[in-house]
Design a protein around this ligand. Structure first.
Ligand code: NAD
Length: 471
């Protein structure tokens, strides 16, 4: 049983003044595996005070000093990849195909940001003015449960590069992963107060941080509903905000697509992180002329997406994070049938042979119309919708007919055609065929998927304010 009873303030692991405890579960077994003592508003205020004290000295460190810190953070986090993997598997149930990408990347984001920082000019001329990019002050990072340490490391790397100090409030459901990543970050030996980590409830610690007058910047990853309330809380004190929110991303298969490439990619994008991914490609847009063929290929290929014990290397879909999330996903599978969509694969209940654990059958609905709720709302589970279109213009119109705009995929054997379509998609990132992730490319959403961008220069500048001096 893990007992987590410390938060991290001013360079030290300290007991919170908050005395509420929350249980931690292994979602693959439904067993309680630990308990976490949560921070409260007093702890939040102490963390902000520590970050505020650290800011003047830290904001004046040189680029070389900050590159050195980023390199040390990389080394400290990378040294514990195995522990991060174990914590994520035990507490979150992520399958190997996700952890193998996410655990090593927790460290490499610091190197990617060091690379960006090396080439970044903090001073430049604009007309007759000397412009200096200054760190924004004390920043707050609020992160969700679905990729705990990636979000913590991604946001912290940009703050460190900019010279901003930070208070991080991770989800209370990821306390075990937070404990390991905090130990890693502490081992990098940064000066006290540069980063502080306070695990607690959103309506307690989150609310205290987002209204605190000494906080000037909030970077949030989570649901669009919570994002809305944070923007409102931040408005009276005019905090700068970066919002990474939900998605309902389209995967557009063009009529000339090579299905040997497209089908596995479409399913990997849809079932990414067991479907608990903001970027998941949950709407599969299919040309009417090849609908039957694509349906058949999908129903065959989906059998390779096994749900089950995340420790099993063959498993590609792990459990949902909680009973609540399992119930929510089941309710959408029922809703899809009530709305008149047909099950091509999966359905309600656990996968065959699994009697415990919050497992969901990898599910594909066919005959979905884009106005059905299963095609419009973020389900956050392995549930995909197959939607047919007539021609290119129809595909683009359906792809953009959503309140979200985080990511999209286009599959075609004609790269110029795919790019032409990509340029008409209202989404922060569009992948063509099997293009890999690029850590320097901006990440973030159009429309209600949020605003602001992370990674590379775009992520760095989210923590900077230009000051112009005219003489
Ligand atoms: P959530 O919005 O419920 O919670 C996210 C974080 O916000 C948690 O730490 C929570 O404690 C905190 N919070 C809740 N209420 C708050 C308040 N009033 N004030 C301040 N903080 C508050 O999201 P979740 O369920 O943890 O994560 C799933 C959601 O996150 C999905 O909608 C998913 O799409 C989204 N997400 C987006 C991205 C992205 O990069 N765009 C990435 C991952 C997840």
């Amino acid at each position: 049983m893990h007992i987590i009873d410390r938060i991290y303030i001013d360079g030290a692991f300290v007991k919170p003044t908050g005395d509420q405890w929350a249980p931690l579960f292994n979602p693959a077994t439904e067993e309680q595996i630990g308990t976490v003592r949560l921070a409260d508003a007093v702890d939040a205020n102490r963390a902000v005070a520590a970050a505020k004290r650290a800011f003047p000295a830290f904001s004046h460190t040189t680029k070389e000093e900050r590159i050195d810190m980023l390199n040390r953070l990389y080394a400290a986090v990378s040294a514990r990849t195995d522990d991060l993997t174990c914590a994520m598997r035990e507490e979150y149930g992520a399958p190997s195909c996700f952890i193998d990408f996410s655990a090593p990347r927790a460290g490499t984001v610091f190197l990617d940001m060091a690379r960006t920082l090396k080439d970044y000019e903090f001073r430049r001329r604009a007309g007759s003015a000397d412009v200096e990019m200054r760190p924004s002050g004390v920043a707050v990072a609020i992160t969700p449960w679905n990729s705990n340490y990636s979000f913590i490391c991604g946001k912290l790397s940009a703050a460190i590069a900019a010279g901003a100090t930070m208070v991080i409030k991770p989800s209370e459901m990821s306390a075990l992963q937070t404990q390991v990543i905090t130990e890693c970050l502490h081992a990098a030996g940064l000066s006290n107060g540069i980063f502080n980590i306070v695990t607690g409830y959103g309506n307690v610690v989150g609310a205290a941080l987002t209204t605190h007058p000494d906080v000037s910047k909030i970077t949030f990853t989570g649901s669009t509903a919570t994002g809305r309330s944070i923007v409102q809380a931040a408005a009276p004190t005019m905090k700068r905000v970066t919002m990474e929110l939900g998605g309902k991303s389209p995967s557009i298969i063009l009529d000339d697509a090579d299905l040997d490439i497209a089908i596995p990619q479409v399913l990997a994008a849809g079932f990414r992180n067991s479907g608990q991914a903001c970027i998941a490609g949950t709407r599969i847009l299919t040309p009417q002329s090849r609908f039957g063929e694509i349906e058949e290929r999908l129903s065959h290929a989906v059998r390779r997406f096994r749900a089950g014990n995340p420790a099993d290397e063959q498993v590609q879909v792990g459990p949902m994070v909680s009973q609540k999330q399992w119930d929510r996903v089941q309710s959408y599978i029922r809703l899809g049938q009530e709305e008149g969509a047909r099950l091509l694969a999966g359905g309600e209940g656990r996968p065959e042979g699994l009697h415990r654990g919050w497992f969901v059958q990898p599910t594909i609905f066919t005959g979905v119309r884009n106005d059905m709720r299963i095609a419009r709302e973020e389900i956050f589970g392995p549930v995909l919708s197959l939607i047919s279109y007539h021609d290119e213009a129809d595909a683009i119109s359906i792809a953009n007919d959503t309140e979200y705009g985080l990511q999209a995929h286009v599959f075609s054997s004609d790269i110029e055609r795919a790019k032409r379509i990509a340029n008409q998609i209202e989404a922060g990132r569009v992948f063509i065929n099997d293009a890999p992730h690029d850590p320097l490319a901006p990440f973030g959403g159009f429309k209600q998927s949020g605003f602001g961008r992370e990674f590379g220069v775009f992520g760095l500048e989210a923590f900077l304010e230009p000051r112009a001096v005219l003489s």
